[in-house]
Write a protein that binds this ligand. Structure first.
Ligand SMILES: *Cc1c(COP(=O)(O)O)cnc(C)c1O
Length: 478
């Protein structure tokens, strides 16, 4: 017990006690649990076996290339891809989205000020891509059903458009956009169409096989040129892999990068990373082999059984309602005015459940997000009981209020002109940052007052405050 390596591992396990649990089905965002401990064990062992290998050079580590091609092949079958389709394994959904935007931009070098048409419900990764690559996001409001407005998106396509985006499904509301109409409009304009199926791509095909109504969104839809699907979500693989598929290899070409402009090895990369651990890829490959097609069908049956029970159970709690009937495995839940979502999520956490608060946006109310996993099926009754208790507790204290003086103070601020001292003051006022007994930084115990304060702030102010918050958190321990 006294040797340093045992000590390090023991310390890791101790520190991990403070994190959200990744298994057990009680964490309904960030993590996805098949509920099968054997799947988790195989994934972890494969990650460990390949942790030090390097996908920088597929000729040096041919087993990694083999695994990548098999993974992409499985996904091609799942997503109705034609024989011409190709794909790459990336580090996650954001990287897949970034590369889809980058490839679209670089395939149209004559467009000097490129833009992309995205629905307002598109994942924030597209805004990150816009920021990184200088591709302006033309954001089109969604319809009353939270699905993209295909006609408005078609009308937003112009000479500068290099990409049109649809989600299958959207993260915040869990609904599938009208991909057929959007892709047709993109094709008519000669523009690429990316379907962001990061979260739904692995589970929707099985939903369709189970006979659930799933609107068309795969490569079976004409005009869809690329699809992103995260294996570290509903393929239940360890963290660190996603797939980006293109309908043809020529559509992928601009994604690849080579540089011989230096005296070392010619750099040749398919994705943003260069040195790239083989661990996540091996983990995903091993999990896929373990679960297999039949296993994913069974897991889909389980997760949708949980979703259906949860959707019905939520509707049966008078203070709660599903914002829209889910097309997939994600639920957005709103409260009536007897309580607020932020207090409910705090109360859920106090009862051992993590559900994710979503701030109000574009006239929509704040909501509670649930990414349901297969592992949650065994605990649906417990989860609904926790919701009933949490709502009662939230009703007992009443909706969290923000001091009107704080509201007008925040309203009057321009985040672009604020300095570090202003943010320190704001972080302290908001309760985001306190001081611990030892003089260090203390995280808030209850998030409701913080979320309520962020909720009244405009998006740009939320961003600035949270960036300042992250800056304070990220400081060296010496
Ligand atoms: C999760 C998600 C992403 C981003 O994926 P990361 O793996 O978190 O980088 C993109 N789009 C959608 C719809 C997602 O749900």
């Amino acid at each position: 017990m006294s040797d340093p390596q045992t000590h390090a591992l023991q310390r890791l396990r101790e520190m991990q006690q403070g994190d959200l649990p990744v298994h057990g089905g009680r964490t309904l965002a960030y993590v996805y649990d098949s509920g099968d401990s054997e799947v988790a064990r195989v994934g972890s062992e494969a990650v460990a076996a390949y942790a030090a290998s390097n996908a920088l050079d597929p000729t040096a580590f041919p087993s990694l290339l083999q695994m990548e091609n098999e993974l992409v092949g499985f996904a091609c079958d799942l997503l109705d891809a034609p024989p011409s389709a190709v794909g790459s394994v990336t580090s996650g959904g954001t990287e897949s989205v970034l590369l889809a935007v980058q490839a679209a931009r670089d395939s149209r070098p004559s467009v000097t000020a490129p833009s992309m048409v995205i629905p307002s419900t598109a994942h924030a990764a597209f805004h990150k891509a816009a920021h990184y690559f200088g591709v302006r996001a033309a954001v089109v409001p969604v319809g009353a059903d939270f699905r993209a407005d295909a006609a408005a998106m078609a009308a937003a396509i112009d000479e500068s458009t290099v990409l049109v985006v649809a989600s299958a499904p959207s993260y915040a509301h869990g609904v599938v956009d009208p991909v057929t109409e959007i892709a047709a409009a993109a094709a008519a304009a000669g523009v690429r169409c990316h379907v962001d199926a990061c979260i739904g791509g692995w589970v929707l095909p099985y939903a369709a096989r189970l006979g659930r109504p799933v609107p068309p969104w795969t490569f079976a839809v004409e005009g869809v040129t690329s699809i992103s699907v995260d294996t570290h979500k509903y393929a239940y693989a360890p963290k660190g892999t996603s797939l980006l598929l293109h309908r043809t290899s020529s559509l992928r070409r601009a994604q690849f990068f080579a540089s011989a402009a230096w005296p070392g090895y010619t750099m040749l990369n398919s994705t943003m990373q260069s040195t790239k651990s083989g661990g996540p890829l091996a983990g995903a490959w091993a999990v896929l082999r373990t679960i297999g097609d039949d296993g994913y069908l069974r897991l889909a049956r389980e997760v949708f059984s949980a979703v259906d029970q949860l959707a019905a159970g939520v509707e049966a709690i008078p203070a709660l309602r599903a914002v829209v009937p889910p097309d997939s495995t994600l639920l957005a839940v709103a409260t009536d005015d007897t309580c607020d979502p932020f207090t409910v999520t705090d109360e859920m956490l106090a009862r051992g459940w993590y559900v994710q608060p979503q701030l109000s946006y574009d006239g929509g109310p704040p909501t509670i997000h649930l990414s349901v996993s297969a592992a949650t099926l065994a605990r649906v009754d417990e989860l609904l009981a926790a919701f009933r208790e949490s709502v009662a507790a939230a009703q007992a204290v009443g909706p969290v209020a923000v001091d009107p003086a704080v509201v007008s103070f925040i309203d009057a601020l321009d985040p672009t002109t604020l300095g570090d001292d202003d943010f320190d003051g704001l972080l302290a006022t908001s309760g985001l940052v306190g001081e611990s007994a030892d003089g260090g930084l203390a995280l808030p115990e209850r998030m409701a007052p913080v979320n309520a304060m962020l909720d009244v702030a405009a998006p740009a102010m939320r961003e600035a405050l949270l960036v300042a918050f992250l800056d304070r958190l990220s400081r060296p321990e010496r």
